[in-house]
Structures are given as C-alpha cells and as structure tokens.
Write a protein that binds this ligand. Structure first.
Ligand SMILES: [Zn+2]
Ligand SMILES: [Zn+2]
Ligand SMILES: [Zn+2]
Length: 130
C-alpha cells in the first residue's frame, strides 16, 4: 500500500495512526500475503506482540483477513479478496497471491512452491560474482 492509502485506511478504521501500524500496512499489497513471523523480520525494530496486536486490530476492522497456510500458520492479507491461489518462495518464504487456475473455486486452498522474483534476482547477482 502507498503511504497515502495506509493513512486513509487507518483513518477509516478509527484506529490511532501509529508509526508501527503505518509501516505494517505499507507492506500489504493485493499480490502479497504475510505470516506474522515474516512481518516481524521485515519490520525489524518492532516486537512480535505489537505485530500480533496490530494484525488482530486490523483484522477485526476488516482491513486484513487471515487464512491458514500450508504450514498451519496464519497468513494475513488485504480483506475482501475474491478466491485466489498462493505461491510460496522456497528461499525466503514470501507468499504471493495469484489467480486460481481451477474453475471450481469451492473448498480448496492452492499453494505453489517457487522462487520469488527477489530471490531469483539475488541468485543472478551471486552467479555473476562467482
Ligand atoms: Zn524469495
Ligand atoms: Zn492471498
Ligand atoms: Zn481455486
């Protein structure tokens, strides 16, 4: 989400605009889903209980929703999405949202394992140096 969008979204929820909440929301895009652990690593200097508290507050207000990923961990993403499938990066664990390739959208969760763009780029850089 852009900075503007995160500020507007937070305003709509009536939640206080804290720096932690803004930084958290900025990481959410329609093509990404996050586990709390990965958000925690990405955010750096925020403690894990704050990450969980903010995720819960935003989920309660219907800005985010949560589903369960292949490893049983909760996956958070922007709410009110239509049915879709997920990709999981084997290297970094980043979860991406993609259109579901199946016609019947009922009763399944699809996840594909791949190497994400960022990790592919990193590999290419390392290969060049070698
Ligand atoms: Zn990756
Ligand atoms: Zn998703
Ligand atoms: Zn599907």
């Amino acid at each position: 989400m852009t900075k503007d969008a995160t500020e507007k979204t937070l305003q709509q929820t009536g939640l206080r605009k804290t720096a932690d909440r803004l930084r958290l929301l900025e990481l959410f895009d329609p093509d990404r889903a996050w586990t709390a652990d990965r958000l925690f690593v990405k955010l750096g200097d925020v403690n894990l209980s704050t990450v969980y508290r903010n995720l819960t507050a935003l989920t309660e207000r219907n800005i985010l929703c949560s589903t369960v990923g292949h490893d049983g961990k909760a996956l958070y993403e922007l709410a009110e999405r239509s049915h879709h499938a997920h990709t999981v990066c084997r290297d970094c664990g980043q979860v991406g949202c993609i259109p579901c390739p199946l016609k019947d959208s009922s009763d399944h969760l699809l996840e594909f394992f791949e190497t994400c763009e960022a990790c592919l780029a990193k590999r290419r850089r390392l290969n060049r140096k070698a």
